[in-house]
Design a protein around this ligand. Structure first.
Ligand SMILES: Nc1ncnc2c1ncn2[C@@H]1O[C@H](COP(=O)(O)OP(=O)(O)OP(=O)(O)O)[C@@H](O)[C@H]1O
Ligand SMILES: [Mg+2]
Length: 296
Protein backbone atom coordinates (compact mmCIF):
# COMPACT_ATOMS: atom_id res chain seq x y z
CA UNK A 1 0.00 0.00 0.00
CA UNK A 2 1.29 3.48 -0.87
CA UNK A 3 2.25 5.85 1.91
CA UNK A 4 0.33 8.88 0.59
CA UNK A 5 -2.80 10.03 2.38
CA UNK A 6 -5.01 11.17 -0.50
CA UNK A 7 -7.58 13.63 0.77
CA UNK A 8 -10.29 15.48 -1.15
CA UNK A 9 -11.50 18.77 0.33
CA UNK A 10 -15.12 18.84 -0.66
CA UNK A 11 -18.35 20.66 -0.07
CA UNK A 12 -20.79 21.26 -2.93
CA UNK A 13 -21.66 24.59 -1.36
CA UNK A 14 -19.54 27.48 -2.63
CA UNK A 15 -17.41 29.82 -0.53
CA UNK A 16 -17.23 27.69 2.62
CA UNK A 17 -13.41 27.59 2.94
CA UNK A 18 -12.31 24.59 0.82
CA UNK A 19 -9.45 26.35 -0.99
CA UNK A 20 -8.29 28.28 2.09
CA UNK A 21 -8.19 25.01 4.01
CA UNK A 22 -6.40 23.11 1.21
CA UNK A 23 -3.66 25.74 0.93
CA UNK A 24 -3.04 26.20 4.62
CA UNK A 25 -3.26 22.53 5.53
CA UNK A 26 -0.73 21.83 2.75
CA UNK A 27 1.55 24.51 4.22
CA UNK A 28 1.11 23.08 7.72
CA UNK A 29 1.91 19.52 6.57
CA UNK A 30 4.93 20.76 4.57
CA UNK A 31 6.26 22.72 7.57
CA UNK A 32 6.27 19.44 9.51
CA UNK A 33 8.56 17.95 6.85
CA UNK A 34 5.96 16.18 4.73
CA UNK A 35 6.07 16.07 0.96
CA UNK A 36 2.74 17.42 -0.28
CA UNK A 37 1.05 17.48 -3.68
CA UNK A 38 -1.95 19.79 -4.11
CA UNK A 39 -4.24 19.39 -7.10
CA UNK A 40 -6.67 22.12 -8.19
CA UNK A 41 -9.78 20.47 -9.64
CA UNK A 42 -11.77 23.70 -9.70
CA UNK A 43 -12.06 25.72 -12.96
CA UNK A 44 -12.06 28.89 -10.81
CA UNK A 45 -8.23 28.30 -10.52
CA UNK A 46 -8.08 29.78 -7.01
CA UNK A 47 -5.61 27.27 -5.59
CA UNK A 48 -2.75 28.41 -7.83
CA UNK A 49 -3.56 32.05 -7.05
CA UNK A 50 -3.31 31.36 -3.32
CA UNK A 51 0.24 30.11 -3.91
CA UNK A 52 1.04 32.97 -6.31
CA UNK A 53 1.27 30.61 -9.29
CA UNK A 54 -0.79 31.32 -12.38
CA UNK A 55 0.66 29.10 -15.06
CA UNK A 56 2.24 25.75 -15.60
CA UNK A 57 3.39 23.73 -18.61
CA UNK A 58 0.30 21.54 -18.30
CA UNK A 59 -2.82 21.84 -16.14
CA UNK A 60 -5.13 19.33 -14.56
CA UNK A 61 -7.31 19.74 -17.67
CA UNK A 62 -4.44 18.45 -19.84
CA UNK A 63 -3.79 15.71 -17.32
CA UNK A 64 -7.38 14.46 -17.51
CA UNK A 65 -7.95 14.93 -21.24
CA UNK A 66 -4.60 13.93 -22.74
CA UNK A 67 -3.50 10.36 -22.21
CA UNK A 68 0.17 11.19 -22.79
CA UNK A 69 0.40 13.84 -20.02
CA UNK A 70 1.65 12.60 -16.65
CA UNK A 71 1.46 14.24 -13.22
CA UNK A 72 5.19 14.91 -13.44
CA UNK A 73 4.61 16.86 -16.69
CA UNK A 74 1.95 18.97 -14.97
CA UNK A 75 3.39 19.77 -11.57
CA UNK A 76 5.01 23.02 -10.49
CA UNK A 77 6.99 23.46 -7.30
CA UNK A 78 4.95 25.91 -5.21
CA UNK A 79 6.95 26.00 -1.96
CA UNK A 80 9.53 23.87 -0.17
CA UNK A 81 7.90 20.41 0.06
CA UNK A 82 4.78 21.49 -1.89
CA UNK A 83 4.11 20.63 -5.53
CA UNK A 84 1.02 21.92 -7.32
CA UNK A 85 -1.03 20.78 -10.30
CA UNK A 86 -2.81 23.91 -11.51
CA UNK A 87 -6.28 24.28 -12.99
CA UNK A 88 -7.47 26.44 -15.88
CA UNK A 89 -10.81 27.90 -16.88
CA UNK A 90 -11.12 25.38 -19.73
CA UNK A 91 -11.59 22.77 -17.05
CA UNK A 92 -15.24 23.84 -16.89
CA UNK A 93 -15.68 22.25 -20.32
CA UNK A 94 -14.15 19.01 -19.08
CA UNK A 95 -17.41 18.11 -17.33
CA UNK A 96 -19.13 17.65 -20.70
CA UNK A 97 -16.03 16.45 -22.56
CA UNK A 98 -15.45 13.73 -20.00
CA UNK A 99 -19.04 12.53 -20.24
CA UNK A 100 -18.33 10.56 -23.43
CA UNK A 101 -15.29 8.74 -22.03
CA UNK A 102 -15.83 5.23 -20.70
CA UNK A 103 -13.26 5.71 -17.91
CA UNK A 104 -14.63 9.19 -17.06
CA UNK A 105 -14.91 8.50 -13.32
CA UNK A 106 -11.39 7.31 -12.60
CA UNK A 107 -9.12 9.26 -14.94
CA UNK A 108 -7.48 11.15 -12.07
CA UNK A 109 -7.18 8.04 -9.97
CA UNK A 110 -5.22 6.28 -12.75
CA UNK A 111 -2.98 9.31 -13.36
CA UNK A 112 -1.80 9.62 -9.76
CA UNK A 113 -0.85 5.94 -9.33
CA UNK A 114 2.79 6.42 -10.49
CA UNK A 115 3.49 9.23 -8.00
CA UNK A 116 1.81 7.84 -4.88
CA UNK A 117 5.10 6.95 -3.23
CA UNK A 118 6.56 10.41 -3.88
CA UNK A 119 4.26 12.16 -1.40
CA UNK A 120 3.04 11.92 2.18
CA UNK A 121 -0.12 13.91 1.42
CA UNK A 122 -2.05 14.52 -1.79
CA UNK A 123 -4.75 17.16 -1.31
CA UNK A 124 -7.42 17.71 -3.97
CA UNK A 125 -9.31 21.02 -3.93
CA UNK A 126 -12.76 20.31 -5.38
CA UNK A 127 -15.16 22.65 -7.17
CA UNK A 128 -18.45 23.58 -5.46
CA UNK A 129 -20.43 20.91 -7.28
CA UNK A 130 -21.07 17.19 -7.33
CA UNK A 131 -20.23 16.77 -11.03
CA UNK A 132 -17.74 14.56 -12.86
CA UNK A 133 -14.68 16.48 -11.68
CA UNK A 134 -15.69 15.91 -8.08
CA UNK A 135 -16.44 12.26 -8.81
CA UNK A 136 -12.88 11.94 -10.18
CA UNK A 137 -11.55 13.45 -6.94
CA UNK A 138 -13.58 11.07 -4.80
CA UNK A 139 -12.64 8.04 -6.88
CA UNK A 140 -8.95 8.95 -6.48
CA UNK A 141 -9.11 9.65 -2.73
CA UNK A 142 -8.87 7.55 0.37
CA UNK A 143 -10.26 10.27 2.58
CA UNK A 144 -12.61 13.18 2.52
CA UNK A 145 -12.41 16.35 4.61
CA UNK A 146 -15.46 18.62 4.53
CA UNK A 147 -14.89 22.32 5.23
CA UNK A 148 -18.18 23.94 6.21
CA UNK A 149 -19.76 26.95 7.80
CA UNK A 150 -22.24 26.58 10.61
CA UNK A 151 -25.11 28.16 8.74
CA UNK A 152 -28.78 27.40 8.53
CA UNK A 153 -29.23 24.39 6.18
CA UNK A 154 -25.54 23.42 6.59
CA UNK A 155 -26.60 20.02 7.91
CA UNK A 156 -28.83 19.33 4.92
CA UNK A 157 -25.88 20.13 2.64
CA UNK A 158 -23.62 17.76 4.52
CA UNK A 159 -26.14 14.90 4.49
CA UNK A 160 -26.67 15.38 0.77
CA UNK A 161 -22.93 15.25 0.23
CA UNK A 162 -22.70 12.09 2.30
CA UNK A 163 -25.43 10.45 0.22
CA UNK A 164 -23.24 10.96 -2.87
CA UNK A 165 -20.24 9.58 -1.01
CA UNK A 166 -22.26 6.55 -0.01
CA UNK A 167 -23.26 5.92 -3.62
CA UNK A 168 -19.60 6.05 -4.64
CA UNK A 169 -18.47 3.82 -1.86
CA UNK A 170 -20.94 1.24 -3.09
CA UNK A 171 -19.31 1.17 -6.51
CA UNK A 172 -16.24 3.15 -7.57
CA UNK A 173 -14.32 3.49 -4.34
CA UNK A 174 -15.24 1.16 -1.49
CA UNK A 175 -12.30 2.41 0.62
CA UNK A 176 -13.30 6.07 0.78
CA UNK A 177 -13.84 7.41 4.30
CA UNK A 178 -14.98 10.77 5.59
CA UNK A 179 -12.19 11.70 8.00
CA UNK A 180 -13.51 14.95 9.35
CA UNK A 181 -15.32 18.25 9.23
CA UNK A 182 -13.45 21.57 9.40
CA UNK A 183 -15.55 24.41 10.78
CA UNK A 184 -14.50 27.49 8.77
CA UNK A 185 -15.12 31.20 9.45
CA UNK A 186 -16.39 29.99 12.78
CA UNK A 187 -18.13 32.27 15.25
CA UNK A 188 -18.41 30.02 18.26
CA UNK A 189 -20.34 32.48 20.39
CA UNK A 190 -23.40 32.57 18.18
CA UNK A 191 -26.37 30.43 19.16
CA UNK A 192 -26.77 29.13 15.61
CA UNK A 193 -23.15 27.96 15.42
CA UNK A 194 -23.50 26.12 18.74
CA UNK A 195 -26.73 24.46 17.63
CA UNK A 196 -25.31 23.35 14.28
CA UNK A 197 -22.19 21.91 15.95
CA UNK A 198 -24.32 20.06 18.51
CA UNK A 199 -26.53 18.61 15.78
CA UNK A 200 -23.51 17.58 13.73
CA UNK A 201 -21.89 15.92 16.74
CA UNK A 202 -25.07 14.00 17.50
CA UNK A 203 -25.31 12.91 13.87
CA UNK A 204 -21.77 11.51 13.95
CA UNK A 205 -22.22 9.94 17.35
CA UNK A 206 -25.28 8.13 16.06
CA UNK A 207 -23.24 6.78 13.11
CA UNK A 208 -20.36 5.31 15.11
CA UNK A 209 -21.49 1.70 15.04
CA UNK A 210 -22.96 1.71 11.54
CA UNK A 211 -21.28 0.64 8.33
CA UNK A 212 -21.15 4.07 6.69
CA UNK A 213 -18.10 5.93 5.30
CA UNK A 214 -18.49 8.62 7.99
CA UNK A 215 -18.61 6.28 10.99
CA UNK A 216 -15.16 7.51 12.15
CA UNK A 217 -15.73 11.14 11.14
CA UNK A 218 -14.64 13.77 13.66
CA UNK A 219 -15.32 17.49 13.90
CA UNK A 220 -11.74 18.70 13.88
CA UNK A 221 -10.43 20.78 16.71
CA UNK A 222 -9.77 23.66 16.50
CA UNK A 223 -12.43 25.30 14.38
CA UNK A 224 -11.01 28.02 12.11
CA UNK A 225 -12.06 31.41 13.41
CA UNK A 226 -13.16 34.14 11.06
CA UNK A 227 -9.97 36.13 10.50
CA UNK A 228 -9.55 38.84 7.90
CA UNK A 229 -5.88 37.93 7.36
CA UNK A 230 -7.05 34.65 5.83
CA UNK A 231 -9.08 36.61 3.29
CA UNK A 232 -6.19 38.98 2.55
CA UNK A 233 -3.36 36.46 2.11
CA UNK A 234 -4.49 35.04 -1.30
CA UNK A 235 -4.36 38.45 -2.97
CA UNK A 236 -0.62 38.44 -2.22
CA UNK A 237 -0.25 34.85 -3.46
CA UNK A 238 0.70 33.79 0.05
CA UNK A 239 -0.29 31.14 2.53
CA UNK A 240 -1.30 32.43 5.95
CA UNK A 241 2.10 31.34 7.30
CA UNK A 242 3.90 33.44 4.66
CA UNK A 243 1.61 36.41 5.14
CA UNK A 244 1.02 36.78 8.89
CA UNK A 245 2.46 33.83 10.81
CA UNK A 246 1.35 35.10 14.22
CA UNK A 247 -2.30 35.84 13.41
CA UNK A 248 -5.26 33.83 14.70
CA UNK A 249 -5.77 32.24 11.27
CA UNK A 250 -2.19 30.94 11.18
CA UNK A 251 -2.48 29.58 14.72
CA UNK A 252 -5.76 27.83 13.91
CA UNK A 253 -4.47 26.26 10.70
CA UNK A 254 -1.20 25.17 12.35
CA UNK A 255 -3.18 23.36 15.05
CA UNK A 256 -5.64 21.97 12.52
CA UNK A 257 -2.74 20.54 10.48
CA UNK A 258 -1.52 18.81 13.66
CA UNK A 259 -5.00 17.42 14.32
CA UNK A 260 -5.31 16.06 10.79
CA UNK A 261 -1.79 14.58 10.91
CA UNK A 262 -2.75 12.85 14.17
CA UNK A 263 -5.73 11.07 12.62
CA UNK A 264 -5.14 7.74 10.97
CA UNK A 265 -7.58 5.61 9.09
CA UNK A 266 -7.10 2.79 11.57
CA UNK A 267 -8.38 4.90 14.46
CA UNK A 268 -11.21 3.26 16.33
CA UNK A 269 -13.61 5.48 18.15
CA UNK A 270 -15.56 4.33 21.13
CA UNK A 271 -19.16 3.64 20.24
CA UNK A 272 -21.49 6.28 21.63
CA UNK A 273 -25.21 5.75 21.91
CA UNK A 274 -27.23 7.70 19.36
CA UNK A 275 -29.34 10.51 20.74
CA UNK A 276 -30.65 12.09 17.54
CA UNK A 277 -30.38 11.42 13.83
CA UNK A 278 -30.51 13.77 10.90
CA UNK A 279 -33.03 13.22 8.14
CA UNK A 280 -30.94 12.37 5.08
CA UNK A 281 -32.17 13.61 1.70
CA UNK A 282 -33.30 11.12 -0.91
CA UNK A 283 -30.36 9.49 -2.74
CA UNK A 284 -32.10 10.23 -6.05
CA UNK A 285 -31.38 13.93 -5.47
CA UNK A 286 -27.63 13.36 -5.32
CA UNK A 287 -26.98 12.48 -8.93
CA UNK A 288 -23.20 12.38 -9.34
CA UNK A 289 -23.14 13.00 -13.08
CA UNK A 290 -24.94 16.32 -12.91
CA UNK A 291 -23.21 19.60 -12.19
CA UNK A 292 -24.97 21.66 -9.58
CA UNK A 293 -23.16 24.76 -8.59
CA UNK A 294 -24.38 25.99 -5.28
CA UNK A 295 -22.01 28.94 -5.05
CA UNK A 296 -23.30 31.67 -2.88
N1 LIG B 1 -11.54 31.81 8.40
C1 LIG B 1 -11.76 32.77 7.50
N2 LIG B 1 -11.91 34.05 7.87
C2 LIG B 1 -12.16 35.03 6.97
N3 LIG B 1 -12.28 34.82 5.64
C3 LIG B 1 -12.15 33.56 5.20
C4 LIG B 1 -11.87 32.47 6.08
N4 LIG B 1 -11.79 31.32 5.35
C5 LIG B 1 -12.01 31.68 4.08
N5 LIG B 1 -12.22 33.00 3.97
C6 LIG B 1 -12.56 33.77 2.76
O1 LIG B 1 -13.85 33.35 2.35
C7 LIG B 1 -13.92 33.24 0.92
C8 LIG B 1 -14.27 31.80 0.52
O2 LIG B 1 -13.22 30.95 0.94
P1 LIG B 1 -12.65 29.82 -0.04
O3 LIG B 1 -12.31 30.40 -1.37
O4 LIG B 1 -11.57 29.12 0.70
O5 LIG B 1 -13.94 28.92 -0.16
P2 LIG B 1 -14.22 27.74 -1.21
O6 LIG B 1 -15.13 26.80 -0.51
O7 LIG B 1 -12.96 27.22 -1.75
O8 LIG B 1 -15.01 28.54 -2.34
P3 LIG B 1 -15.45 27.94 -3.77
O9 LIG B 1 -16.57 27.02 -3.50
O10 LIG B 1 -15.86 29.15 -4.57
O11 LIG B 1 -14.24 27.23 -4.34
C9 LIG B 1 -12.57 33.69 0.41
O12 LIG B 1 -12.65 35.05 0.09
C10 LIG B 1 -11.64 33.47 1.59
O13 LIG B 1 -10.52 34.32 1.57
MG1 LIG C 1 -12.36 26.99 -3.75
Amino acid sequence: MSKARIISLLNQKGGVGKTTTTVNLAAGFAAAGNKVLVIDLDPQTHLGLHFGIEESAASVYDLLMDESITVNDALVNARENIDLVTSEVDLAAAESELASKTDRHDLLSKKIIPILDDYDYILIDCPPSLGLLTINALAASKELIVPMQTHFLALQGVSRLFETVQMLVGGLNPDLEVTGIVLCMHEKNTKLAREVVDDLQQFFDSSRDSNVPWSNCVIFDPPIRRNVKLAEAPSFGQTIFDYEPDCAGAKDYAKLAESVMATTREVTIETIKPTKTIEVVSPTEAVPTEVENEST
